[in-house]
Design a protein around this ligand. Structure first.
Ligand SMILES: Cc1ncc(COP(=O)(O)O)c(C=O)c1O
Length: 450
């Protein structure tokens, strides 16, 4: 491997790899060489500012020696132990997680990522309640495996229908900017708005039969499908509805967890405690693959005498657990949750100012270091720059321009997501926003047909 030259990385990668989420002839990977802090470099030494934490996961930033050393140490001490073994990192991580997750979530099942965390959450909920249906939202992404893609509401599910996991019913998200229920009543108060969406959920529960529903599963703050921040009262209302009908509430905090919103977990903003909470990404800041399902002891207790039918060869892999422990310590030592909380208003101000300057911006939203820009052709009609579930030449051009200028950012249809590592400084945010500002000036002109 050592004799592979930098210039061969791209060509050889292209020759022998099958790329996910891609038409194989259309992929255009960046041959990446190293990464540090909020930046990474390609083989030509071009520097990119990472506004997407790679895949919304490098929460503590790249190349932190403390996590790297913890992985090395674990690899030297005990690189692997089977699922039925008790290990030092397993003992430590469970305790640590129970201290940072919302009170009452005290048991943890480990997976390899977010999708299998959600699948195990579904198994637990179905077994615990003896019911089979899961309610999830249309604007959601919960993973690509057959169960998780069934939970996913967005069009990535449709590609695999009708053979995905049965028993999922979708409902609408409280998405204020494009709210179906409020086109003729855009001035509804936040309370009314939240209530309308709670009524919608409860009506669906009635139609489906509450006695058939095991769980309502939702992203606390919707990620890829729009950084949709729940209005005050909504999550509390979902919790109350779940309690009323004996339905479990599952929060998917795969993207919104580990400081992303300025709290350890986004549910804390609304003081809601789910029965089950899934996590991945920021759990190790991607230094090693890991997901987890946090649950209340009564859910775990249902399997005191009954076997839990599920498992993975690599559940609780010691190297991943060691990475998670070191990652959480870094977050604590460097006060990264507090930092994200402080930078939240800074990001929000920058987004708002950008929105005021560019006619192609319809709306900006953010919570903590979790932000989005919605691009439109017309602010009044809110016509998106790219139709639902597709691309447009304008977006392709914008993406290309940003990358050329060294800003790595995730675009989804007509939106730009701003999800940088939590260590980002105000100056680094400004650096990215200067690139955005210049590129969006071009988009403004094109969007207006000039
Ligand atoms: C909210 C959410 N849930 C689940 C997943 C799936 O996680 P993974 O890709 O680790 O399976 C993702 C991934 O982007 C996610 O954003």
């Amino acid at each position: 491997m050592d004799d592979l030259s930098d210039s061969e990385i791209l060509s050889l990668s292209m020759e022998h790899n099958f790329w996910t989420w891609s038409a194989q002839t259309k992929v255009n990977p960046i041959p990446i060489k190293r990464a540090k802090g909020v930046y990474f470099w390609d083989v030509n030494n071009k520097r990119y500012l990472d506004f997407n934490s790679m895949v919304m996961c490098a929460n503590i930033g790249h190349g932190d020696e403390r996590v790297i050393q913890a992985i090395v140490q674990q690899a030297q001490e005990l690189p692997f132990a089977g699922p039925q073994m008790a290990t030092r990192p397993r003992a430590l991580l469970g305790k640590m997680l129970s201290e940072i997750t919302p009170p009452g979530l005290t048991k943890f099942l480990y997976t390899l990522g977010g999708a299998d965390a959600n699948e195990n959450a579904v198994k637990l909920a179905r077994s615990f309640t003896g019911r089979h249906k899961i309610l999830a939202r249309y604007r959601s992404y919960h993973g690509a495996t057959y169960g998780a893609i069934a939970l996913t509401g967005d069009p990535r599910r449709v590609a695999w229908e009708p053979t995905v996991m049965p028993g999922v019913v979708h409902f609408l998200d409280p998405y204020q900017y494009r709210s179906t229920f409020h086109r003729s009543n855009p001035a509804a108060s936040e309370t009314e708005f939240a209530q309308d969406y709670l009524n919608h959920l409860e009506e669906i529960i009635q139609y489906e039969g509450p006695q058939t529903i095991a769980a309502v599963l939702l992203e606390t703050v919707t990620g890829t499908n729009g950084v949709i921040i729940p209005p005050q009262g909504y999550l509390q209302g979902v919790r109350a509805i779940c309690d009323k009908y004996g339905i479990l509430m599952i929060a998917d905090e795969v993207m919104s967890g580990f400081g992303r919103t300025g709290k350890w977990f986004a549910v804390e903003h609304w003081q809601v405690i789910p029965d089950i909470m899934t996590m991945a990404k920021g759990l190790t800041s991607a230094y090693a693959p890991l997901g987890a399902v946090a649950m209340k002891p009564e859910i775990a207790g249902a399997f005191n005498e009954v076997i839990y039918q599920g498992g993975l060869t690599y559940t609780a892999h010691p190297i991943s657990l060691a990475a998670a422990i070191a990652n959480i310590r870094v977050m604590q030592e460097d006060h990264l949750i507090e930092h994200a909380n402080e930078m939240g208003p800074v990001l929000h101000r920058m987004l708002t100012e950008l929105g005021e300057q560019h006619p192609c911006i319809g709306e900006v939203r953010s919570i903590g270091l979790f932000g989005i820009i919605e691009l439109v052709r017309n602010r009044k009609t809110k016509e998106p720059l790219t139709p639902w579930n597709s691309s447009s030449p304008e977006m392709t051009m914008l993406r290309k321009e940003l990358l050329e200028k060294g800003l790595f950012i995730y675009t989804h249809w007509h939106t730009l997501l701003i999800i940088p590592p939590l260590i980002i400084t105000q100056e680094q945010l400004m650096e990215g926003f200067a690139i955005l500002d210049a590129a969006l000036s071009i988009t403004d002109k094109i969007a207006q047909g000039k």
